[in-house]
Design a protein. Sequence first.
Length: 404
Amino acid sequence: MIHTPTLFESRLQKHRIFYAIIYLLSFLAIGLESATLGPTLKQLSIATGSSLAAVTTFIAIKALGYTAGTIIGSKLFDRYQGHRIMVISIALMSFGMLMIPFARNFVVAVSLITVLGFVEGVIDIGGNLLIMRVFQDNLPPYMNALHSMFGVGCLFAPLITAHFMTAGNSLQMTYWVIASFFIPSMVGFLLLPSPPVISAVKMEESGRKLHDQVVVLFAMLFFAYVGVAITFSNWIFTYASESKMMSDISAAYLNSLYWGSFTLGRLIAVFLSRKIEPKKLLICDYIGSALTLGFMMIFRGNSAALWIGTVFLGLFLATVYPTMMVFAGSLFPVTGSVASRFMTGSGMGVLTIPFLMTYLFNRIGISIVPVVLFIVGLIGLILFLLTLLLIEKKKVRNNPFPEI
């Protein structure tokens, strides 16, 4: 039987490169937005007349918005045209970034941070779902490229912050310049048609049970991974500065170095993913991350160890998220509902670990930062090994999944 291409498939063949560019630009936008909060916490505390301890709660508050965005966004992307949802979300993110410099009290700032977290969650889950729908025939390099652009955004956000740090209106310039990068992707989503929605596949009861168990474990893995990656990003500046290991400017560059190595790791993964299967990449990443976090915990207070550990942690963490999505996609269809569980795990990681860090920081002090990160990293490694054991055990018993 000869397959007749659909209208969308015909358009995709003609405009494939444009879809890739627009999706990459959308993740550049959320990378810039995501990495701006940490380096500007001190400036936000001054602008809102709040203590540093108070504004560190912005990280947890933003995570609440992110979690809500992923849950609601998953339902929207399973029902409506994805590109329209992305346009509205990026427009709201632009509004939030433009208005934050004018927040002169804690309540207004919290409201805007919540909006940013919400639309970041919608764009995050949307970008992952859309690229899986468009490039399902050759997903790994495109998925890694997508998340590489997130790393690029996270790399340049601290550099932009450091550049404007000495200016009188540095907070406004930082947020406004970053907001200007959102325009190209918004225009692109307006011009390109949305890909069709992927329908869930009906399963036998045994397959459904395994599916649910593995999805839960994947969600827990995303919880641990994102908890480490985002908490490190948001706290590395404060940790390096408050512990007197380096100046504020050097701490901003350290933050940028983390995202630089993170971005480099994802760029390398674009090529590695063509040669190495997802499971092997993930084994290397989880073991490497746990060892690096242990190294920084043992040598906490040592600035050289912090610089070295930051580079290696960025490299090891870089490929986890996109490779996890590809790994999951090799086991079962990643619909909006499934992705929602993954993103909820991510959102809870962004919410819980930074909240725990803020609490322990206020109770114990800045030295607790590397200890908490190591414990969470170790939990992630254990969860991943348990996931592999479950998959292999069930494959031998009833083989409901294809070969990995």
